[in-house]
Every structure is written in C-alpha cells, then in structure tokens.
Design a protein around this ligand. Structure first.
Ligand code: C5P
Length: 223
C-alpha cells in the first residue's frame, strides 16, 4: 500500500445508508454510519486513485481531494453509480442500500386523523444496483460488494458474489455487537469468486480499507 498502488485508477466508492422517503418530512433508513465507505475512499485516495465518493447523508467529513456526489434514495444512488461506472476502473459498494422503498411518496405530510388508528405502508423492492452494474460491466472493471449477514456468512456471501458478478465480497457478521455498523472497528471475511476466503483480524476500519484497496489493485493488475 503506497501512493502508487492505485495511481491513475478511477475508483467509485458508495457509502452510508439510503433514505427512502415516505413524505416531505419522513423517511425510512438504516443504522449505517458510512464509516466503512469513507475509510475505503480515504485509503483509495492515499493509494493514488482518482476517487468519486457517492454518499448518503452521514455525520462524516469527506476526505480531501475526492469528488463527492451526495445522494439520498436508492434510486438516486442507482442513477449516480450507473452514470459514473462506465468511466471507472473499480467500484466498491459499501453503501447500506435499502431493500424496500415506499410504493408511493406522498407529496404532502401524511396526517393522522381521528378515525385512523393504524397506517399501513406499502413497500416495494428496490432495484439491485450491483446487478444493474453487472449488466454493463466490462472485462477490465473490478466490482466489490459488502454483505452484512447475521447467519451463514460464507454460503450467503458466495451466492451474492455470483449473482452480482463481483470480483470480491467483504462479508461481515452484523449480529456481533463489537463490529460492523456504527463502530470504528470491523472484521470481514474476503470471499473471492473461486471460493477462497480470508478473514481479517478484528481491526480498525482504516486497516480493513487498506487491505481492501490492496486487493482491488491486485485484481486490476490481474485483469
Ligand atoms: O443483497 P445485499 O443487500 O446483502 O448485498 C449487499 C451488497 O449489494 C452491498 O455491496 C450493497 O451495497 C449492494 N446492494 C445493491 N443494491 C441493492 C442492495 C444492495 O447494490 N438494492
């Protein structure tokens, strides 16, 4: 990992949890802090890459020198990723993308009324961005996904890798309270398409991001 590791490479990183709007003042989101994605953007920048950080709203400050594209919903994220991907060498999808979005977003604030004791929300599946990317992926491009699992980490990870045509998947067990979503530390299992797995020690998201950047550089060199 040096300032030359990704020199001349264009890398897109997505980060944070998407917001799916119910009405002008309410949305559905998740626990993602964005820390893992920001750590990857920082590491890629330090490794000499030209970095585009497509980010949902977070409390974090973007690393200096990266191009920031703010997004809110999965639909926004999908549009931004699909627009940037054709010019990119690598995409790291660290964003925690919603699985479902409201079927309709109300134009006005949803009101409670005296005769309504319940509100039933209809949600529909979001588009799978990595699957859309897989359809336009060129042979020289590298794509990396993250998977937050609470069970069968390896089997579920392997399935995702194949279904999303990924070169690498970083899987983490979010049922553990000491790592993952919000914390500064993480522990991931890197899964390669040939089934080879490699578990990192529990360490800072910074160190995991550097290991990931090294792997992206190696994958690009092999293409
Ligand atoms: O299927 P699952 O959400 O567990 O897969 C996780 C990976 O897929 C992450 O890299 C996430 O950013 C990406 N993803 C996506 N589009 C979705 C949901 C997840 O690209 N709709």
């Amino acid at each position: 990992f040096t300032p030359q590791t990704l020199a001349g490479k264009r890398v897109i990183v997505t980060a944070g949890g998407t917001r799916e709007r119910l009405d002008p003042v309410r949305f559905l989101t998740n626990d993602s802090s964005g820390k893992m994605g920001y750590a990857v953007a920082t590491a890629a920048k330090q490794a000499g890459a030209d970095v585009t950080l497509i980010t949902a709203s977070t409390k974090l400050t973007a690393p200096a020198g990266v191009t920031v594209v703010p997004i809110q919903s999965t639909t926004d994220l999908s549009e931004a990723v699909l627009a940037a991907f054709p010019q990119a060498d690598a995409l790291v999808m660290a964003a925690a993308v919603a699985d479902f979005q409201p079927d309709v977003t109300a134009d006005q604030k949803i009101k409670k009324t005296a005769d309504n004791d319940e509100l039933i929300l209809k949600l529909k599946k979001t588009p799978d961005i990595l699957k859309q990317v897989a359809a336009i992926k060129q042979p020289g491009q590298v794509t990396v996904g993250f998977a937050a699992e609470t069970q069968n980490l390896l089997a579920n990870g392997q399935k995702k890798l194949v279904s999303k045509s990924l070169d690498l998947l970083a899987a983490n067990d979010v049922s553990r309270a000491d790592i993952g979503f919000n914390g500064d530390d993480n522990q991931v299992t890197f899964i390669a398409p040939n089934g080879v797995t490699d578990q990192t020690p529990k360490t800072s998201k910074t160190m995991i991001a550097r290991a990931l950047v090294d792997r992206v550089a190696q994958l690009l060199a092999e293409k």
